[in-house]
Write a protein that binds this ligand. Sequence first.
Ligand SMILES: [Zn+2]
Length: 433
Amino acid sequence: MTLMYWQRDLETMPRDPLRALQLQRLQDTVARVEACVPFYQSQFASTRFTAAELRTLEDVRRLPFTTNADLRNHYPYGLVAVPPNRLSRLHTSSGTTGKPKAIFFSQRDVDQAAELVARCLIMVGATADDVLQNMMTYGLFTGALVVHYGAEKVGLLVIPAGPGNSERQLLLMRDFGTTLFHCTPSYALYLADFMERHGVDPRRDLKLRKALIGAEAHSEATRAKIEASLGIQAYNSYGLSEMNGPGVAFECEHQQGMHLWEDHYLLEIINPDTGDPVPDGDPGELVLTTLCREAMPLLRYRTRDITAIIPEPCPCGRTHRRLRRITGRSDDMLIVRGVNIYPQQIERILMAVPELGRNYLIELDGLDEMTIKVELSPAHFDGHVEHLVQLESRLVDKIRAEILTKPKLQLVAPGSLPISEGKAKRVIDRRVL
Ligand SMILES: [Zn+2]
């Protein structure tokens, strides 16, 4: 297979010129926010920092972090770096509490975000012959529109299906010969389940070949389940609204980590407690600085996502470093009976068991009582009760070994747990703490 690139010179740029480009863009960005963003002006004043002092990439550590709270506190226009007539698009990022975060794009930002998505699509072998069914939420959420624009740039036929209504999704896939789709991992699993229940064999009845899977941290076992049940290759897509949305980092055809586009984002991995950098390869919190964004540059944004750099070069020839699969958000971490638990640890175990379906829910009640409800796969629903009891106790042992606490487990009928249209809600915490 010939290697394909969208912007070959940039994607395969040797590390030294790439770092020189990053430094120049970082200096420009910092000079711009110093000149016109009052939020950063006051941050710099309190640390007595001036843009002129930024001489190496390592000097980025002298800059302040930008947090979730900063975006909320300066909502709506407080971090904008261009005059109002240069703004061309608004997206928001909803949080679990309080005000949303407003993210502004200039025309150039819209175009650059699309270029990065185009790189991702070409990287996994998409061509103008492909038909992309975009099942993310259109609207204020960045997930659908940013991918939509990128796919149009490459020349794909884009079906702006939006999420939900699985019957209609299936109809669109059949009628228009969808080859690629974009959705959350939880919806991909739901759709596979839906097809199974409705007697649709995706290998026989549909033309699907690849999927872009994003907006939720998920495990390798989940990917394997999506790929096996739909007969496709599924690529992990990483993005966040604060950084344009999708197209920040994406897997190449080797599926071994996600290339982060370093000509657009300066990447740091820090210890979330101390803020200090961790050695390459060690897990920590991803911190990103925008290097090209016009309307709303952000310095050292704390993503709360836990990952690690893969230091080895990738056989695809791209020089932009790869990130490991996000293992969770530091915000998602649950503390149950004094133990730190990420829902993905439980998911990894559940998704590797063939008797189980694809939807699960973790409930926390009272004094740290954990109940995990998980759907059986349609093929095992009528299984022998004795067999189910054995399965249940085997699973409880596995989960206890992983998270050091013993959950209650309920195996439920396929399709009986709620399915959300956007990001899946996997944890319901009713504890009174
Ligand atoms: Zn690669």
